[in-house]
Ligand binder design. Structure first.
Ligand code: ARG
Length: 462
């Protein structure tokens, strides 16, 4: 089979060599973007008088036909035609005859593929942003139902201070909010047109880059043709934002896995997101949470792979850059899939408030409160810390928690203690009083929920 670029070749490559160099196996995912880009390009060629109206129309009709066939899954791509661009050009020529060969006037596969990638990532980034919003909504729903549900807060995975379960969940809402704004910001750089940069140097044809950019909904054009065809920063940015999203999901997955274990029993995963064991009948495994945690690695892999591919490349296009695609496609699918599963997991999980309640009553996580109590009565905090440390030891020796010590124990430990310490030590009071900005105090949590709701409403309204 002769190649579209076969003119200067006297020998054809062997099939297995062609297969190694071909990208059609994966870049066929860009079929719609490639057609969209070509339609804009040919419309521009027509407007600038580079192609006649008749030629322009024939090519447009041909491209529309290909679009319908692609939708119906009727295009049979071939490895011989290397990539999506050459496959479509061949189909076009088969469809409308030699005039189809005029589509490639004033453009190169280098600006073409870059255009496709920009279009693809623009769509997918928007979808991912919507998926992030859904997870935020799920977190907000659960949080709203659990403002006064208390859970031990941890540092070093040791019980530290009790917190509102809503506050804990909302920490993830804000992580995802940063993710959302990273995607949003990256769109500024995604939404720029490389089309018309040609192979690397621009073109002799009197093209109108601003016009084709406008047709494609881009905000502007790359200023430099060399940069336009060799820039993959926008994909690196996407992969980096996606890596952070996966890291955030993975951390909450880890917590969901811990919480649903026999040791914690704070939540129960819905059956829809858990699986059984083929040998141990009692088991219910949080598979989906584990899988998302596990998939985080491949998204990081995509980021590192692309950064490594790019680091030594001279300007402008190099075939190495074909390696930009699979990692990106994989990251898109992984992040989108993970976010979708995640929203479902959060929505349906059963929160075992009675177990959490018991947990916060059966530990020393109210000890800081005692130290604060003494400090607020004028004792230097460092001394208060020492007094309470000794009280904890007394309690441990007596086999009780702080609420189980007698008033005499307290009086003996320090004269500043009064009868109201028993109220102060109640986990609900402990939490309620942490009312500093961004703290777990119920008033603060309610304020945060309101802010979060406003943020989601703004997106919903746009
Ligand atoms: N399949 C190629 C890629 O994905 C398209 C660009 C090819 N350009 C070239 N000069 N060989 O990078």
């Amino acid at each position: 089979m002769t190649k579209l670029w076969g003119g200067r070749f006297t020998k054809t490559a062997e099939e297995w060599v062609d297969a190694f160099g071909a990208s059609i196996g994966f870049d066929q995912a860009l079929v719609m973007e490639d057609i969209q880009g070509s339609l804009a390009h040919v419309t521009m060629l027509g407007k600038c008088g580079i192609l006649s109206t008749d030629e322009t129309n024939q090519i447009k009709v041909g491209l529309e036909t290909l679009r319908e066939k692609a939708k119906a899954g009727e295009l049979e791509f071939s490895v011989q035609n290397e990539d999506i661009h050459l496959n479509l050009e061949k189909f076009l020529i088969d469809e409308i005859g030699p005039v189809g060969g005029k589509l490639h006037t004033g453009r190169s596969r280098n600006d073409q593929v870059a255009t496709d990638m920009h279009l693809y990532l623009r769509n997918e980034t928007k979808e991912i942003m919507a998926a992030v919003r859904n997870v935020q909504q799920a977190l907000l729903n659960q949080a709203s139902a659990h403002v006064e549900t208390l859970i031990p807060g941890y540092t070093h995975l040791q019980r530290a201070q009790p917190v509102s379960f809503a506050h804990h969940l909302m920490a993830y809402f804000w992580m995802l909010e940063r993710d959302y704004s990273r995607y949003e910001d990256s769109l500024k750089r995604v939404n720029v047109s490389p089309l018309g940069a040609g192979a690397l140097a621009g073109t002799t044809f009197p093209i109108d880059r601003a016009y084709s950019a406008e047709l494609l909904g881009f905000d502007g054009i790359y200023e430099n043709s060399l940069d336009a065809v060799s820039d993959r920063d926008f994909i690196v940015e996407f992969l980096s934002a996606a890596s952070l999203t996966m890291m955030h999901l993975s951390r909450l997955c880890e917590e969901l896995i811990l919480w649903s274990s026999q040791e914690f029993q704070f939540i129960e995963m819905d059956d829809a997101f858990a699986t059984g064991s083929s040998i141990m009948p009692q088991k219910k495994n949080p598979d989906m949470a584990e899988l998302i945690r596990g998939k985080t690695g491949r998204v990081y892999g995509g980021l590192f792979s692309l950064l490594t591919t790019l680091k030594g490349l001279p300007l402008a296009y190099n075939k190495d850059m074909q390696e930009d695609k699979e990692g990106m496609f994989d990251a898109v699918h992984t992040v989108k899939g993970s976010l979708k599963i995640f929203a479902g997991m959060i929505d349906t999980m059963d929160v075992r408030t009675e177990v959490m309640e018991k947990a916060v009553h059966n530990d020393f996580s109210n000890a800081t409160e005692l130290a604060d109590y003494l400090a607020s009565k004028g004792l230097p905090f460092r001394e208060a810390h020492e007094v309470v440390g000794k009280l904890v030891l007394t309690a441990i020796n007596k086999g009780v928690f702080l609420l189980g010590l007698s008033y005499e124990d307290y009086k003996q430990a320090h004269e500043l203690f009064d009868k109201d310490i028993y109220d102060v030590l109640e986990p609900k009071t402990v939490v309620a009083r942490r009312n500093s900005a961004g703290g777990t105090g119920f008033d603060q949590v309610r304020l945060a929920l309101k802010k979060a709701e406003d943020i989601l409403n703004v997106t919903a309204g746009t």
